[in-house]
Design a protein around this ligand. Structure first.
Ligand code: S6P
Ligand code: ZN
Length: 188
């Protein structure tokens, strides 16, 4: 990240959630989420019958040093795995002093935030602006029938710690109820 031309300017498509030019982009398929879904516990070591794309993340590349900030877009597609809505892996920031700002542009979702045995659930609908305090794990869940598009900004030197969530999960899970609407369960 030496040869940066300032100011950095991109185009953000509010309809699709894409950021152009595409600096940093990743796709997360079901095969990348082994062990995260409840239904996966029994079938963890079985080959997947299909491997749908669950979510995509665009990030603007900036130097990973104190004072810099990363703008990013997450697009979570609609769907569920064994009745559990498509969701991001979820993580803590490695720097426990690093907060984050989330803003929902499109769709309908829930944002789980967890810290010290407490798990809060915030509604994400267009215009919802949620502050993720430093030290809180966060996971987005698409509970709607269209893409959930979220814009976020976080400190460039925050770092991402996936280990604790990968091993223990969140204290709450979001499942599809009998009528298709989301039901938040205490994780077992
Ligand atoms: C980064 C920020 C988001 C997530 C993205 C995917 O700090 O919270 O850009 O990276 O929503 O979630 P995850 O948990 O797979 O990184
Ligand atoms: Zn984050």
């Amino acid at each position: 990240m030496d040869a940066l031309n300032y100011p950095l300017s991109s185009y953000y498509d509010f309809q699709t959630g894409q950021i152009v030019p595409r600096d940093s982009y990743r796709q997360i398929h079901l095969s990348d989420m082994r062990g995260y879904y409840l239904a996966d516990r029994e079938t963890l070591h079985e080959p997947l019958k299909e491997d749908p794309l669950l979510y995509e993340v665009y990030e603007c590349q900036v130097p990973a040093k104190p004072g810099e900030m990363v703008p990013c877009s997450t697009i979570i597609h609609p769907g569920s795995v064994g009745g559990e809505f498509y969701m991001t892996k979820g993580h803590y920031h490695s720097d426990t002093n690093a907060a984050e700002i989330y803003c929902c542009l499109r769709g309908h979702g829930l944002l789980l935030m967890q810290h010290g045995g407490q798990c809060l659930v915030e509604t994400m609908k267009p215009g919802a602006l949620v502050y993720v305090p430093a030290g809180w794990a966060h996971r987005s869940v698409n509970v709607g029938s269209e893409d959930l598009i979220i814009f976020a900004i976080y400190p460039a030197d925050a770092g991402h710690d996936y280990g604790a969530i990968r091993e223990k999960g969140f204290l709450k899970r979001v499942l599809r109820g009998p009528d298709g609407s989301p039901v938040v369960h205490e994780a077992s």
